[in-house]
Design a protein around this ligand. Structure first.
Ligand SMILES: Cc1ncc(COP(=O)(O)O)c(C=O)c1O
Length: 389
């Protein structure tokens, strides 16, 4: 996505618009980030310095989780939770197939079996009916159903109450993959508190991103938090050289923590701005495409703004917009069960027709908090003209 991150604001001309404008945020934060990094360079505690703890407690206050364990990436956040839960060979972990590969990658890394589940066409998120079918499929295949990883795709929380009800009945652990959804809310609760454990990513293009790789786990479970903290540092016990389990090097750099402290201060304001952009896009495009409507009781953080088009119209729209300097992206052109690395894993009985359909229909438009009204109008007019042609 880096090629789309230049500062061009040129809303009214045909100058290229950025897809995500990290540079505009950098300008807004200005000296605050420079000073934060300079403080770390001065104290030289580059690993587990004081900013790491400060950031973890600021993030815990923001989302309401009891424990925040920062780490080196969203993928590490997911894998550390599964390691702490002892997930391994013979275990089935249910994942929606319409997501980024990391959701299932962590399951396969631990030699457990990802079982792919369909999604709901309106929300792009895990379909509880398909989850129930996936559990049957896993049992018939002789696997032990152990966990489910709902994903808050494109920034919209999954239907966590529906997932929790099935998980409770089946004894599944729920790990919320909030790499895209951190900052969102569901039934007045913040992402980070919607499941027994939540993993998020601070990859630069995420709604709350750092200037490199980073991630965090959130949980209210004291015992689980202790194990995850141990996994984060090579499975250390009471002493650094007393390793009580197999772990990883999963720590967040102090420099990234210092940057995130500054970014978190403006995050609520940015979430509001993202929601204003999405509302304006929805109003301008509702009659020409299927727009992403947010269900009552949810707030999205709009990691992506994604339209659905009639099959066959996407490439022409992307080409027309590109000529006018408006970038688009397709998340995701192939659902996970169609990818070479994952196509041999089981899928819920009846297949995943909605994932297959969405992969043909979706297209994402520029979305970030610094997209001004003129730029939004430029995008809306160009999409309308192209789809009406
Ligand atoms: C849904 C989802 N899960 C997990 C990840 C992994 O996060 P990271 O890139 O920080 O490892 C991503 C990142 O793109 C993601 O979008």
């Amino acid at each position: 996505m880096n090629k789309h991150t230049s500062t061009a604001s040129a809303a009214t001309s045909s100058a290229p618009l950025p897809f995500i404008d990290i540079a505009a945020q950098r300008q807004r934060l200005g000296a605050a980030v420079d000073d934060a990094v300079a403080r770390v360079l001065a104290h030289c505690q580059f690993v587990m310095g004081p900013e790491v703890r400060d950031f973890e407690s600021a993030l815990a206050s923001f989302c309401g989780a009891r424990h925040v364990i920062s780490c080196a990436s969203g993928t590490d956040a997911l894998v550390m939770v599964l390691m702490a839960k002892g997930i391994g060979p013979g275990d089935a972990v249910f994942c929606p197939a319409f997501t980024f590969c990391a959701t299932a990658e962590v399951v396969a890394l631990l030699r457990a079996t990802p079982v792919f589940v369909d999604v709901d066409a309106a929300t792009f998120n895990i379909d509880p009916h398909s989850l129930a079918r996936g559990i049957d499929t896993a049992k018939k295949a002789g696997l032990r159903p152990k966990a489910v990883i709902p994903v808050d795709l494109f920034g919209l929380p999954a239907d966590h109450d529906a997932v929790a009800a099935i998980a409770k009945a089946e004894g599944l652990f729920v790990l919320d993959d909030a790499a895209q959804g951190f900052g969102g809310t569901y039934q007045s609760r913040r992402v980070g508190t919607l499941a027994p454990a939540t993993a998020t990513s601070f990859f630069p293009a995420k709604p709350l991103g750092c200037y490199g790789d980073g991630g965090a786990v959130m949980t209210d479970d004291d015992a689980l938090a202790d194990v995850i903290r141990s996994v984060r540092v090579h499975g250390q016990g009471s002493d650094k050289y007393d390793n009580v389990r197999v772990g990883i090097t999963g720590r967040l750099d102090t420099v990234q923590a210092a940057i995130l402290i500054e970014k978190l201060k403006i995050f609520s304001d940015e979430i509001a701005a993202r929601n204003r952009v999405a509302a304006r896009y929805n109003d301008g495009l509702r009659d020409v495409a299927i727009v992403p409507e947010v269900p009552t009781g949810y707030q999205s953080v709009w990691a992506q703004y994604t339209l659905r088009l009639k099959p066959g119209r996407r490439d022409a729209l992307a080409a027309t917009l590109r000529e006018q300097g408006i970038p688009t992206a397709v998340y995701y052109p192939k659902p996970l069960h169609r990818l070479e690395a994952y196509r041999d894993f089981p899928v819920a009985a009846n297949g995943l027709p909605v994932c297959d359909q969405l992969a043909e229909e979706v297209i994402s438009l520029p979305m970030h908090p610094y997209l001004d009204a003129a730029a939004q109008d430029r995008v809306v007019s160009a999409v309308r003209a192209a789809l009406r042609a």
